[in-house]
Design a protein. Structure first.
Length: 190
């Protein structure tokens, strides 16, 4: 496959953000994806999260051929959340449930001013039981907002079934960042 064979999905980030923000999420012109089999090594997710002071949902894309062609953008949206920041940090549980490790700010947290404590939101898990077609909030990784904020969740599933996630501490002084490890022994519920 050559570069000429690749399709351009969006010409610019500005065009994508306009499509996401100029429509109510329930009437978005962005299509729902077709269910994907994430047990297939050719299937993967990519994301375009809101950055900096941007608000609103994240757009995600799915490939079924190791990144040669991408479908999307699709809207990652939950009406409980003012913002969902996502990276391609996900794992597939043995039961077929796809867990996406993201960060989010609920509307009530936003109105309380919690977004000032953690601009990217609290680390949390979204679950899809239908191949990335629909996403549902599963749980938070940390019980409340922390100082410093924890960001960039990165998960893996160990052979014994435990889910291990690394979180980076976002200290204002860049020289003092560190990583903390959290373990779930109940398939990501706690």
């Amino acid at each position: 496959m050559s570069l000429e064979d690749l399709n351009v999905i969006m010409k610019s980030k500005a065009m994508l953000r306009a499509k996401i923000l100029n429509y109510p999420p329930d009437n978005s012109p962005l299509t729902k994806p077709k269910p994907a089999d994430f047990a297939n090594p050719n299937v993967a997710l990519a994301v375009e999260p809101p950055l900096g002071n941007e608000r609103g949902p994240t757009a995600y894309f799915i490939t079924r051929d190791r990144g040669y062609r991408w479908e999307g953008p699709h809207l990652l949206y939950d009406p409980l959340f003012e913002t969902i920041q996502a990276r391609p940090s996900y794992v597939l549980r043995p039961d077929g449930t796809l867990l996406w490790f993201v960060q989010g700010t609920r509307w009530n947290e936003f109105w309380r001013g919690d977004k000032k404590k953690a601009p990217e939101g609290r680390p949390m898990i979204l679950a899809s039981m239908d191949g990335a077609l629909n996403w549902h909030f599963l749980t938070y990784i940390v019980p409340s907002y922390t100082d410093p904020p924890k960001i960039c969740p990165y998960p893996t599933i160990l052979p014994d079934g435990k889910i291990v996630v690394a979180l980076r501490n976002y200290w204002p002084d860049w020289r003092l960042h560190w990583t903390e490890i959290y373990v779930s022994e109940d398939e990501g519920l706690t």
